[in-house]
Design a protein around this ligand. Structure first.
Ligand code: ADP
Length: 226
């Protein structure tokens, strides 16, 4: 399993590195290249460097989560606050694009969690809905609660995912449409980070297509018991 992961990383990193080398070598071999072409090549090179940086950041997030494991600081958190704050940030910064964002989380939903990590989970799911769903609405709501766990649903009203891909979308570097995902700047590590985070916090996560259309992530988080 570990070996497969490092093979994937090598393969994924080789793509932008190969492209960078291609552009740089061409510039070295053609010192008289016109300014416009040179500028185009440098822009492309810079884009690939950005991509490499994002991939390395995501890889280090996953590694940190795996290594920190049970030592990740958890505290009493009101999940309503996490959702309220993140939703405001998302809308203020325009991350929701043209999609409406709704939420329905009762006040005083106290979980055992980590504010920043959960805000990152919600931001990742939001970005994905905007990039891939093609829908007009996304939202998050609490759908169940028992003594030990809250269950939440993060949903959109877009096109969902072909059932054959569903079992794989939490796999590292898995993309339903790799060309489209790369164009959107995706590293293929967004959902693995989401899953790792929820599991590290003691919850579970699954995904399914909604009956009315769109995708739905169902996740649980442990209740804070005073
Ligand atoms: P990335 O966004 O970097 O491609 P992710 O792990 O975040 O990687 O997502 C994996 C794939 O799942 C995406 O490439 C996309 O095809 C699909 N996906 C994720 N969220 C949605 C969504 N809300 N609607 C449709 N497809 C989605």
């Amino acid at each position: 399993m570990k070996r497969q992961m490092s093979d994937n990383i090598n393969h994924e990193l080789k793509t932008p590195i190969g492209i960078i080398k291609g552009y740089v070598d061409t510039m070295i071999e053609n010192p008289d290249m016109d300014e416009q072409t040179k500028h185009h090549f440098l822009t492309k090179t810079s884009q690939q460097v950005t991509r490499l940086t994002e991939m390395l950041n995501d890889i280090s997030t996953i590694t940190r989560l795996e290594e920190a494991g049970s030592s990740i600081p958890v505290e009493k958190i009101d999940f309503h606050d996490v959702v309220f704050t993140t939703a405001n940030d998302v809308v203020e910064s325009g991350l929701n694009g043209t999609m409406e964002l709704e939420y329905d989380i009762p006040f005083d939903s106290y979980i055992k969690g980590n504010f920043n990590l959960l805000a990152e989970v919600l931001t990742n799911l939001t970005k994905n809905a905007v990039a891939y769903s093609g829908g007009s609405l996304m939202g998050i709501k609490m759908i169940a609660k028992n003594k030990h766990f809250y269950t939440f649903s993060f949903y959109d009203n877009g096109k969902g995912i072909d059932p054959e891909h569903l079992p794989h979308i939490f796999d590292r570097f898995y993309r339903v449409d790799s060309g489209r995902s790369r164009k959107k700047g995706g590293t293929g590590l967004g959902l693995p980070i989401v899953k790792n985070t929820i599991i590290t916090l003691g919850g579970t996560i699954s995904v399914r297509n909604r009956k009315g259309g769109g995708l739905e992530f169902i996740f649980t988080l442990p209740v804070w018991n005073d």
